[in-house]
Design a protein around this ligand. Sequence first.
Ligand SMILES: [Ca+2]
Ligand SMILES: [Ca+2]
Ligand SMILES: [Ca+2]
Ligand SMILES: [Ca+2]
Length: 231
Amino acid sequence: MKSLDDRTQSSRHAKQRGFTLLEVVVTVTILTVVMGTLFTIGMGISDTAIIQNVTITNSQQVRGAMSQAMRELRQASRSGITGLPGAAITYQIPVDSDYNGLAVDSNFECEFGPNRVIKRDVQDDICGADINDDGITERQLLLVPLDAADAPIVDQVQVLIGNQLLVDEDANGNGTLDSGEDTNGNGVLDHGVWFEWDGRRVAITIQASGTSRQGNPLVSELTQSVLPRNS
Ligand SMILES: [Ca+2]
Ligand SMILES: [Ca+2]
Ligand SMILES: [Ca+2]
Ligand SMILES: [Ca+2]
């Protein structure tokens, strides 16, 4: 026969076991909720970090490319600029053609070198696709110096945007926004790179793009205008 103490102890053990089970259930429930919340917050922070990284990278690429394009076109002779409005610009910059130590001739006229082109690395009537042979075409912006015969000098090609240039939305090349062409959903026909006259200045637009984890397009865009020489 159990003593009073034994019964009390046994009852306490039973209570302890029951309470432990209840604790486990409650703990598991709380942990599930907490883990779910932390996971959601974590995903949110991670998404924000990805968006920030892509946006920062895009805008750095755009600003770098813009700075190089502006530096080139600020030196360019206005009369030699062709291709506007368009996705490629051809121009000449001063060189010392007669080797007198200055980019002017004996009459103090500016001496300009052969044509140079800023363009997407795709095939056109200037050169074939992937002229710098790095496997990247559509999403790369290049500065291509040409020789006196207008042939590209491949080993002098400069990469302005490595692999983030927004793909030209005008897939059918008709100059208008057609069904299915608005890849970034902004209702505007975007070209990735575009040059046009803004009075006597050249307006340059460069757009870089990346994607969020959900595949949404993230585009950084910059438009600046530059006054060429003799304007
Ligand atoms: Ca000279
Ligand atoms: Ca390339
Ligand atoms: Ca179109
Ligand atoms: Ca668009």
